[in-house]
Design a protein around this ligand. Sequence first.
Ligand code: GLA
Length: 522
Amino acid sequence: MTRSYLRFAAWLACALLVTALDNGLNAKPAMGWNSWNAFGPTINEEIIKDTADRLVALGLRDAGYVYLNLDDGWSDLKRTADGRLTANKTAFPSGIPALAKYVHSKGLKFGIYADAGNMTCAGFPGSLGFEEVDAQTFADWGVDYLKYDNCYAAQQQWVVDRYTAMRDALNATGRPILYSLCNWGVAEPWLWASGVGNSWRTTEDIEPTWDNVVKLLEYNVGLSQFAGPSRGWNDLDMLFVGNSRLGEYHPFGPFYQEQRAHFALWALFKSPLFIGHDLRNLNSSFVDLLKKKEIVAMNQDELGVAGDLIWQQGTRKIFATALAGGSRGVVLWNLQTTQSQYPLSNITVFWEQIGLGGSQRATVRDVFSERDLGVFSGSFSAAVAFHDVAVLRVTPVEGPLDDSWRPWHAQPLYAPQPANLAVPSAAAWIAGYTGPSSSGSGPGSKQQPDIRKASFSPPASSGPPSFAVVLSVLASLAALGVVGYFVVLHMRMRGWQQLDENEGARKMSEMSQTRRYSPPGS
Ligand code: GLA
């Protein structure tokens, strides 16, 4: 009897050993620098060594940005004769081990990029089928972090299996390598990637526009309950703070207040924080922003509760989190349009919304300026400028100091859907496209159309265009010309009006400097 218990215990221990990531690197979201947003695939060892020097010189390493990660583009187009990945010799003449050594000598950690498919997204060799040899190569090279991408795999090569294979290969090396899943939210990694990776991307790639930053944040609402030190972290993708490409894609690319909203919200959501800018020309105001001690502290807080949306009305949103010791982190966000001539919104957070007593007295601290604003009971209001945030730390001055509140408590928005909380199976996922019963055709049963066929069906005919088509194209061109003429006319007149509005906006912004954080009546 005892022997069979022992055998079962041994089996369980083995099963647990092979089914969990065992690198011990889950405690806090990772912080560092990644090459992709600034350099794309054109990286080389000079850039990386220079970045290592600058991370130290700019004080970013000491602020917590310790990982220096190569993204796609570091490797050669071919594996070596014995099947190993190797660096592009022109870009990295000294080789990756020497580079890792240099990075380590600066007190930094060294990260690399690979792909769970046949090729990386930029077309370099993928690691599918080569997991063991690649994981061992990385361990031999002194790699501390692996970003594992998701390009070029067939649908049948089930995503969970592909990512688990590399997890097991990394475990087998015995080197603690932080494992960052970059699978763009495919198959809801927050449901299955805990125990597979230390973090998982929840969305497609970030772009340097305000709309995209807002969109990615919205995609992450409701996901915070799946993150934490015992699970791993939702990765909202790399930061675009200070990135010189801002504005190239979008005429209203983020300005300072947008950038600090982006940074503060990524930090509150406990996303890994990776700088994506070329450090040779990162404006000092953005260096200071990235080093904001109390924002970084919120991200790295011991309790590890990811923040989430707790209230919204129109363009005003409140996000909050629980912090170690019973404080709350709160972000008041004004998403009003930049076009408004009244660019301020009053936003009030009530203590009940953040799990404090209605009449409890609490100190409110402005996290960006690092100063206490006073003691308040019941609520706090701030006038927040458009696209800007007020980031607050609310700490009860008398008990109870309770850190068990979570942002998703009592939020019907986040009510779990038990049926969806299981790890999805490959069969369910792939078959899912055609509905639960692809052969069901009994009376009254409706079959879901196959969306793959529907959306990829070729155009019906490709003969010469008919007279009616030619006529409608000509008519559309003429209409476009007329509309264009009026648009130009309108814009010229609007130019003058805009000047007045900008003047108004400037005045309101000045007022906001003095009014901000002053609750009515204080
Ligand atoms: C994908 C990833 C990006 C980046 C590129 C590199 O798009 O999501 O973060 O790594 O590949 O090719």
